[in-house]
Structure formats: structure tokens, C-alpha cells
Design a protein around this ligand. Structure first.
Ligand code: FES
Length: 564
């Protein structure tokens, strides 16, 4: 398609009779780019979340170089720019505190600069949703290219994955069954390359979600980070973005209600991270197509769980890629998908995945032979979570999914952390562990503290799981019968705040119920005795966050960033 340069968004920056048009051209030349190479060409931004403080994204400069090759080859002019990077491993108190900051960084960098299209390079958990949110709000032609999962870990011939297996190994170390020397050796075997976690954690889930939304090139999500095909994919993204500019293919044409339903369906079928719920609510909130928690439960009930990858299954993301990746899953799911939904390659979902092959049906099950009849995540309701809560049923113990037991309450994370290994904890296998103060405002930032470690006193008795409830999130790599995202959170007076040790709690996944066995009057009486907590921040970004973050069931975006 021939491109009229005067229609480009960047045209007004570089063309005209003003001094600044001249001086901007001079500053492109300052990069050593000739006039012939950029004049009248679409400027393609490469929005890079590379950082050495985020090993998951540490290879993205190399990926950016490949994108540039594609942009040049297609007749565009690439301009790489940095945005903040959110690395799960290092940032305190939690990257989630900064997801919205990154989304603002992405949105405003795109809006303020002479860009006609943008390829967004993400990887670690929050970087993909932040880029989706920013791109949706900026709404110029955009696509996501994730950095891919690491190679599978391997220790003494056994495949291990960061998070899922790491936690199990660390529990054995806490029990004295793995020595400090062994632990040190495992450190060097578990994360064998750059790239994001190689189980179905949040990063893998959000990469898959981006592809299912139509915001990534089909087949791109699962390519391992060190695989040469990821760079070839990057080159293809650069070329395609130049075409997308000519087609004016913006996120607003891709992020439709149908696209969000497709993304939830695929998320449920892969046993995706519970974090995808919060992130998809937030991305959809940047568009006119708002989602609510019940959308997830409705789709979960009709979607079979098909993908046998840890923590809900046995394999790794590398195996998922070799089995056919996202297109192979979507082909199985075609009866449940909106096949007409448009994607960044300019084709519909049906066209993209209709002929996709699956090379290993143990990893990607057939639609009619699922691992489990329903999707990974369920939404719970009840007097303990009036605005909802979530649980990953595919990573839970079936015998605990229908359970009533007495609560043992941790008033906050610190108390839990300091006492969880006490052999005097008055608990048994029926106890329901309840932790307060871990929500968006309470923690603050809703950290991934919800996977309360199994208490040592229970592990000594051979108990490997118990019901755990909090207003926190949980790493997508975690597992167990863990109720998360209780909303409203305890810090702002949600009913979770009044649970006392000994109160009976019922979890029923079949009935989607989370019930505190107290009368409404008693809950109201206890709530009336609560003292307002002191805010964690009184200035700066922290204050902005506390003043404007929404609750988990609304996606934890800032209220003023949502679409009208
Ligand atoms: Fe970055 Fe897991 S730590 S994806």
C-alpha cells in the first residue's frame, strides 16, 4: 500500500516552516541518520523495557536490533526508546505498585513523540500488561513482542522451573531435606538463560494473552528467548509494523469485546495465572469494552483446561512451544472463539489458527479430551468477599475445594512471615489460614504474598496443602488451594478485616462460594470497631497510587486512567 507521507503522524514534527521543524530534522541527523533514510518515512518506535535489573528482559536490546532490521527493510525509520522496567525478582515492595506508572510512561512517551507506530518489547510479569494498557490508551498502531521464556532448568537430569519447582525445593530446604550446598548448585541450574519464567506463570500467561488478544504476531508468545526464531520473529514485527501504519491498524480496532473474550478463553484453557484477571480488567478498562469478574467465571465454566504445563500440569513452556504454542491451543478452542476478531497481522483469528498443527497432544490436549472440564480460574462470591475473589482450581487440591474449617488469622504479612515456621502454631490440616493487609492500599500494591508458605508444623505431619485466603495476589508459578484478590480488601474495611482466629470459613468451588460463618449483625458490629489505618505514603508516587488505585475486582488501575 503506497503511503502518503503527509498523512503520517510524525509529519508535523519534521515538516513545516517553523524553526522547530528544522531543528528536529537536525537532531535526527545527529544520530547519523541521513535525510534520505528518514525523510517522509514512517517513524517506528521500539519501546524497550530492557534492564539489567530485570534479567527476564535483559536480552531485549538484541531483540530491538532485529526489529530495526525489519523496519529498515520495509521502508520505515526505527527509533528505540526506553521505558521503566519492572523486574519481579528485585523490586520492593512489589512491581504491582509500579505497573500503572509504567503504563503511564509507555502512553506518554508514545503520545509525546513523533511516532507513527510502535513495537513494544516486554517480558517479565507486569511489563506486558503495562505496555498493553499504555498502547491501548495512546492508540497509535502498536504490537507487543514479548521476550520469550527461558530454557527449562535442569538439575541432575531433572527438569526444574523457576517459581513452581523453586518453591518446592525451598520447602525441602526449610525441612532440612536439601542441603545448603545442594541449594547453591540448584541456583546455577534453575534459570539457564535470559527470558521470562518458563512455567505458566504471569509472564507466560500475559504473553499468551497478548497473542490471544490479537496484539502479538501469531505464534510469537512461546518461542524460547534464546531461540534464533525469536529474532526472526522480531524482524517480522518490524516489517509488519510499517504495514500497520499504512493500514492505520490501531489497538482500538483490535481490542474489541470479542478479543477480550478470546483472551479470557485462552487464559482459562492454558491454566493461566490468576494475575491475568487483574491485568485483563485493567487493559479492558482502557477501552470502551469493560470487563467484570463474572465474565471470567462465565467463560471459565465453558472452557476446557487443555495445556499440561506447570504449575497446573507437568511440562514447561519450551515443551509448549515445541507442541505448537498458542495457535495450536486456539485451533482446539475454535468452537469457543470469535473467529472474526482482527489481529496485528491484518488477518482474523480464524485465518491465523484454522490450520495450526499440534505436535504433542500430551502437552496440548484435544478439545474433546481435556485435562479438566473447566478453565483454570474461578470467581468466588460470599460475605467474606462481597466484590469477589479468585482461585486457581487447576492448581488447587481437589479435596480442599469443598472445605469448612476454623480460621487462623495473621493480621499482616510480617506476622505471617515471622511465625509461619513456629512449631507452636495451633493449627491442623483443617485450618484455614487467613492473612489480612495485603491488598492494593493495604500492603500497598497488592504483592504476591497470597501463597502463604505451608507451615512447617503441617509439613512435618505430611500435610502438603491447606486452604489459604488473603487480599493479596499470588505468583502465577505458585500452586495450592489459595483464595486471592479478596475484595474489598481488609485495609479499607472489607469483611476480611473482621475475621478472628477460630471463626468458621467455608470454601465451595462448586458453588463458587466463600462464606464466613458470622451473622450480618456480628460482621457489622466488628466492622464498627475498626480504627482507620495510617496511610503508607503521604507524598510522591506512593500517595498518587494510594489516592487513585482501584480495588482488585476493577483491575487496580488508577481511576483517572480508565477510558470514559
Ligand atoms: Fe520475570 Fe518470572 S521473574 S517472569
Amino acid at each position: 500500500m503506497a503511503l502518503d507521507p503527509t498523512t503520517l503522524r510524525s509529519y508535523s514534527w519534521f515538516n513545516g516552516k517553523e524553526y522547530y521543524n528544522f531543528s528536529r530534522r537536525a537532531n535526527v541527523r545527529a544520530l547519523g541518520i541521513s535525510r534520505e533514510a528518514f525523510h517522509g518515512k514512517p517513524v517506528i518506535g521500539i519501546c524497550n523495557s530492557f534492564s539489567e535489573l530485570n534479567n527476564c528482559n535483559a536480552h531485549l536490546r538484541q531483540v530491538a536490533e532485529a526489529v530495526k532490521r525489519g523496519v529498515w527493510a520495509a521502508g520505515g525509520c526505527p527509533m528505540e526508546f526506553p521505558v521503566i522496567s519492572l523486574g519481579e525478582q528485585y523490586m520492593k515492595p512489589t512491581t504491582m505498585l509500579f505497573r500503572n506508572l509504567m503504563a503511564m510512561d509507555v502512553e506518554e512517551c508514545i503520545r509525546a513523540n513523533p511516532l507513527d507506530g510502535v513495537v513494544l518489547l516486554s517480558g517479565c510479569d507486569k511489563t506486558t500488561p503495562a505496555m498493553l494498557m499504555g498502547a491501548a490508551s495512546a492508540d497509535i498502531p502498536a504490537m507487543i513482542l514479548t521476550g520469550g521464556p527461558t530454557l527449562s532448568g535442569n538439575y541432575q537430569g531433572k527438569v526444574i522451573g523457576q517459581g513452581t519447582d523453586g518453591r518446592k525445593i525451598f520447602d525441602l530446604y526449610r525441612m532440612g531435606k536439601v542441603s545448603p550446598e545442594e541449594l547453591q548448585e540448584i541456583e546455577g541450574c534453575m534459570v539457564r538463560s535470559f527470558g521470562h519464567c518458563t512455567v505458566m506463570g504471569t509472564a507466560s500467561t500475559m504473553a499468551i494473552v497478548a497473542e490471544a488478544l490479537g496484539m502479538s504476531i501469531p505464534g510469537s508468545a512461546a518461542v524460547p528467548a534464546p531461540d534464533s526464531r525469536r529474532l526472526a520473529m522480531a524482524e517480522m514485527c518490524g516489517r509488519r509494523m510499517v504495514e500497520m501504519v499504512a493500514e492505520d491498524l490501531r489497538p482500538s480496532k483490535i481490542l474489541t469485546r470479542q478479543a477480550f473474550e478470546n483472551a479470557i478463553t485462552v487464559d482459562m484453557a492454558v491454566g493461566g495465572s490468576t494475575n491475568a484477571v487483574v491485568h485483563l480488567l485493567a487493559v479492558a478498562g482502557r477501552t470502551p469494552h469493560k470487563l467484570v469478574l463474572d465474565d471470567f467465571d462465565t467463560i471459565s465454566r465453558r472452557t476446557p483446561f487443555l495445556v499440561n504445563v506447570r504449575p497446573s500440569g507437568q511440562h514447561m513452556m519450551e515443551d509448549f512451544f515445541y507442541a505448537g504454542g498458542v495457535p495450536a491451543v486456539m485451533r482446539e478452542l475454535l468452537p469457543l472463539l470469535h473467529c472474526d476478531a482482527l489481529t496485528v497481522n491484518g488477518k482474523s483469528v480464524g485465518d491465523n489458527v484454522g490450520g495450526a498443527d499440534c505436535f504433542n497432544h500430551d502437552v496440548i490436549r484435544k478439545f474433546e479430551a481435556p485435562i479438566f472440564a473447566e478453565g483454570g480460574t474461578v470467581v468466588l462470591r460470599g460475605n467474606l468477599c462481597p466484590d469477589g475473589a479468585v482461585l486457581k482450581q487447576t492448581a488447587a487440591s481437589p479435596e480442599l475445594c469443598e472445605h469448612t474449617g476454623p480460621a487462623y488469622v495473621f493480621e499482616n504479612y510480617q506476622q505471617m512471615h515471622d511465625t509461619i515456621d513456629s512449631m507452636d502454631l495451633p493449627i491442623d490440616k483443617d485450618t484455614v489460614l487467613v492473612m489480612k493487609g495485603c491488598g492494593p492500599k493495604g500492603a500497598p500494591g497488592m504483592p504476591e504474598w497470597g501463597h502463604i508458605p505451608m507451615p512447617k508444623v503441617l509439613m512435618e505431619r505430611g500435610v502438603t496443602d491447606c486452604v489459604r485466603i488473603s487480599d493479596a495476589r499470588m505468583s502465577g508459578t505458585s500452586f495450592g488451594t489459595v483464595v486471592l484478590h479478596v475484595s474489598p480488601e481488609s485495609h479499607i474495611g472489607g469483611p476480611l478485616a473482621v475475621v478472628e482466629t477460630g471463626d468458621l470459613v467455608t470454601l465451595s468451588v462448586a458453588e463458587r462460594k466463600l462464606h464466613l460463618h458470622l451473622s450480618d449483625e456480628e460482621i457489622t458490629r466488628r466492622l464498627s470497631t475498626l480504627q482507620p489505618a495510617k496511610p503508607h505514603y503521604t507524598r510522591g508516587y506512593g500517595k498518587l497510587f494510594l489516592d487513585h488505585v482501584t480495588q482488585a475486582h476493577l483491575g487496580c488501575d488508577f481511576d483517572f486512567l480508565q477510558a470514559e
